[in-house]
Ligand binder design. Structure first.
Ligand SMILES: [Zn+2]
Length: 209
């Protein structure tokens, strides 16, 4: 689930599951047996291209693997360490790829997951936030009327609104779309990164320019 009960976006974005905030900053240490370590390893990490352009959000665990492989280096760190058998590792907040990666300008793959992400788990008719399991995809123009499965014709929809709408267009059902559905582009991704980044000041200089 990527939206909390108050409708704020929390970072499950880009396919990474991430639990809530670690709380106020300070020097903390987590050993292998620490119950908090597992959640720490899921904290969001901003990924920059070699050119410092923000391109993705990943989890601490994945970021540390990229660093160990020499694919990325840390640009910003938390005041927190995790310990393996022999070493203490600072926990990254922002990493940068060492080799430039070409990011195609085309939109992301059309999938249920990406549509829910684009619509921020919000039913596009009643504008309420739901867990992913309580949302379906609605064809704005029904398939029976020639509506296609495209970014522009699929929206996140709760089961209640979906039933209510049935085999009708929104106009016929007296429903109004919260916003016009658009393809999920890198621009959308960056908006999401900014929402996530509000939690971590270390991200600001890379995202707010
Ligand atoms: Zn609804």
């Amino acid at each position: 689930m990527s939206v909390d009960s108050r409708g704020r976006y929390t970072p499950e974005a880009m396919g990474e599951a991430m639990p809530g905030s670690e709380g106020p900053a300070g020097s903390r240490s987590h050993n292998l047996l620490s119950p908090r370590r597992a959640s720490l390893m899921q904290e969001p990490v901003l990924v920059l291209n070699a050119t410092y352009e923000p391109i993705n959000v990943t989890a601490v665990r994945r970021a540390m693997v990229l660093m160990l492989k020499g694919v990325a280096q840390a640009e910003e760190m938390h005041n927190t360490e995790v310990h393996s058998a022999a070493h203490a590792h600072k926990v990254p907040s922002v990493i940068r790829l060492l080799a430039y990666r070409h990011i195609p300008q085309q939109s992301r793959a059309l999938s249920r997951k990406n549509i829910l992400l684009r619509d921020r788990n919000t039913c596009q008719f009643c504008v309420r936030v739901f867990p992913s399991s309580e949302l379906t995809l609605d064809h704005v123009v029904p398939r029976s009327r020639g509506g296609r499965s495209t970014w522009e014709n699929l929206v996140a929809c709760c089961y209640r609104c979906n039933n209510n709408k049935g085999d009708r267009t929104p106009e016929e059902a007296g429903l109004k779309l919260a916003r016009k559905p658009r393809p999920f582009t890198l621009h959308t991704s960056r908006q999401l990164m900014r929402l996530i980044g509000h939690r971590d000041e270390r991200w600001r200089k890379y995202l707010f320019y």
